[in-house]
Design a binder for this molecule. Structure first.
Ligand code: PMP
Length: 449
């Protein structure tokens, strides 16, 4: 079947995520028949380099033989079982490994089945913890400007990307939003650390004023991914941890996008040397194979829910596919690969290759900034380099880069006018150069007039 014939079948029945479906009149969805390593192959045999790890989930490439084999073996044992009242080996083993690998003191693992649900779990657990302690005035959350935590109503409420949030504002709980430490806004010559530390004064003031009514502060450590890959310095997390302790407020670290080696360490929080009260994990958790999420927390939180049934303190939250054995097995296999292949060290070399492959791009007349944290590199396009005036959003310049890259066999999916790379960790140096060259061409085309 041709790409077009398949697209027609697709468009007759599917409603795609995060898509204005009318856009597909001009550019039909790309049907993928198979994946191998960094490559995706369409119905006509054309290949695309998956430079965004299929929405940031894929760590070790598509159809990795080791993960495939692990899932096949588990499939013969147990595909799924209810996790309430029952248990199974992959769920326990994964919880053992995650609590061992995570920052110290995160000794309890609660599973859900996608990122947004993990955020909902953390928000509810934090509120419920304070309630169980009799602190019933604590009902609010603090979030950062430009943050993103998912699309379900609770997760959307603590996010701040207008494109996704504004329409649904009347449905959302009220949160306290604090300016972001995002270093795009630093003064000329100011270091990331100085800017991020300076920005902390807003958070300090907010906590001083509202700590009595605040359950938790939620942040994406180091990189606000869906918020255009904006980045900040670990010092902010250090200051935030200290302040949360001082004011008696939880810290929720949403590492759904940045966890598992993306930022240069296994977890981004490690770079600040902190332990959050809740650590939300998903996406790369299963190496990009199956939906799964986990919220890790402290024993003190767990104990606040522990008691006789009649105290009604239990956390009665559930999702049907919680801790699915196949997904846990994929996660265990993915963790094996981290150990076996010394991935974090190898990623340092790849990150340098990404920087080298984009040398000079910062001098482009329509590039405001090239920024990088580990295995995430972003190029921000603007209309006016001096004032950093963005292009009118209606011009959809980033989409021109997307279209050009597709024609050249690379899957880039700019966030607005921010072109970024977030490739699988098995990418080879020459593939990094291809990805960067295609982005360069696309940027030249998209900014030509
Ligand atoms: N938090 C962050 C930081 C994310 O990047 C995402 C997904 N882009 C989510 C939460 C939501 O995860 P999911 O799409 O699995 O619901």
């Amino acid at each position: 079947m041709s790409n077009l014939a398949f697209a027609q079948r697709d468009l007759a029945v599917l409603w795609h995520p995060c898509t204005q479906m009318k856009d597909h009149e001009a550019l039909p969805p790309v049907p993928i028949r198979r994946g191998q390593g960094v490559w995706l192959e369409d119905f006509e045999g054309k290949r695309y380099l998956d430079a965004i790890s299929s929405w940031w989930v894929n760590l070790f490439g598509h159809a990795h033989p080791y993960i495939n084999d692990a899932i096949k073996a588990q499939l013969e044992q147990l595909e799924h079982v209810i996790l309430a009242g029952f248990s199974h080996e992959p769920a326990v083993r994964l919880a053992e490994r995650l609590t061992h690998l995570a920052p110290p003191s995160l000794s309890r693992c609660f599973y859900a089945d996608n990122g947004s649900s993990a955020v909902e779990v953390a928000l509810k657990m934090s509120y419920h913890y304070w309630r169980n302690l009799g602190k019933t005035r604590k009902t609010r959350f603090v979030t950062l400007e430009n943050s993103y935590h998912g699309e379900t109503l609770g997760a959307l409420a603590v996010g701040d990307v207008a494109l996704y949030k504004e329409t649904y504002a009347p449905l959302l709980m009220d949160v306290i939003t604090v300016p972001s430490p995002d270093c795009f806004h630093r003064e000329k010559g100011e270091s990331w650390a100085d800017y991020s530390a300076r920005r902390f004064s807003d958070m300090e003031k907010t906590l001083a004023a509202h700590s009595e009514e605040v359950c938790a502060v939620i942040v994406e450590p180091l990189v606000q991914c869906a918020g255009s890959m904006r980045m900040y310095d670990p010092v902010y997390l250090k200051l935030l941890r200290e302040a949360c302790d001082r004011y008696g407020v939880h810290l929720i670290a949403d590492e759904i996008a940045v966890g598992f080696g993306r930022t240069g360490s296994l977890f981004a929080c490690e770079q600040a040397g902190i332990t959050p009260d809740f650590l939300c994990l998903s996406k790369g958790l299963t190496g990009g194979y199956l939906p799964l999420s986990a919220v890790l927390t402290r024993e003190t939180v767990y104990q606040a829910f522990y008691g006789d049934y009649a105290t009604l303190k239990a956390f009665l939250h559930s999702h049907s596919y919680t801790g699915n054995p196949l997904a846990c097995t994929a996660a265990l296999a993915s963790l094996d690969l981290f150990e076996r292949d010394d991935v974090i060290a190898r990623n340092r070399i790849l990150a340098r290759e990404m920087a080298d492959a984009t040398t000079g791009l910062a001098d482009h007349p329509h590039v405001a900034e090239v920024r990088q944290t580990g295995m995430i590199l972003a190029v921000e396009l603007v209309e006016d380099k001096n004032t950093r005036q963005p292009y009118p959003w209606q011009e959809r310049r980033g989409r021109q880069v997307y279209r050009h890259a597709l024609s050249r066999g690379v899957l880039l999916r700019p966030l607005g006018d921010v072109v970024y790379f977030m490739p699988p960790y098995v990418i080879a140096p020459e593939q990094i150069r291809l990805m960067a060259d295609v982005a360069r061409e696309g940027i030249a085309l998209a900014t030509a007039d």
